[in-house]
Design a protein around this ligand. Structure first.
Ligand SMILES: [Ca+2]
Ligand SMILES: [Ca+2]
Length: 189
């Protein structure tokens, strides 16, 4: 039941964030256009986040499944991290090594924002539906391992020890990394 609920929440999340990402207006029951969601803008990293380039990152020590981790990041005006360059990867790898002593997940594994839940084998950065170009998969991954209750592996995680990526079972509990992009004014300034 828990896994079914988690999958349901994942689908709901992907559907809702698709609308937000595309900027499409939504329609109320009375057919009037509702106001678009205005996300808060940050010019400096909030408490608990560390900065690299034009983003802030929070390595959360809570244990959550992938959909719940997405919701958690959303509550902090962020999203599960999109790792789009080798420089960004190197920063996160070094950061996770720095905080090794405080990692609560026995597997030392952090959810990040990639998923192939929508179309098997087609990995995207969730919420923005951006195709993944730079990759840092662990050797042999993604393997879509279905040995666990016949569930496939559709959610992306990162090993803290190496920074390498794996596709994991979305419903399992791990730590996770949230990312927040700073506003343009701060980046230019
Ligand atoms: Ca998969
Ligand atoms: Ca895997």
């Amino acid at each position: 039941m828990t896994m079914e609920l988690s999958f349901f929440k994942l689908v709901i999340w992907l559907c809702s964030t698709c609308l937000l990402a595309t900027g499409l207006p939504t329609t109320d029951n009375d057919n009037t256009l509702s106001k678009r969601v205005i996300l808060p803008e940050f010019t400096t990293c909030p408490h608990g986040f560390v900065r690299f380039a034009d983003s802030c990152y929070k390595a959360a020590h809570d244990l959550a499944n992938w959909p719940d981790a997405m919701v958690y990041c959303r509550a902090y005006a962020s999203h599960l991290a999109y790792v789009e360059t080798i420089d960004e990867q190197n920063f996160l790898t070094a950061h996770l090594r720095n905080i090794t002593a405080s990692i609560t997940d026995p597997e030392k594994y952090f959810w990040i924002g990639g998923t192939d839940a929508v179309s098997e084998g087609e990995w995207i950065w969730s919420t923005v539906y951006r195709p993944i170009t730079y990759t840092n998969w662990n050797p042999g991954e993604p393997n879509d391992n279905d040995s666990h209750s016949s569930k496939h592996q559709d959610c992306m995680g990162m090993y803290a020890a190496t920074g390498k990526w794996d596709d994991g079972w979305c419903e399992t509990l791990h730590n996770f990394i949230c990312e927040m992009e700073l506003t343009d004014s701060e980046i230019v300034g």
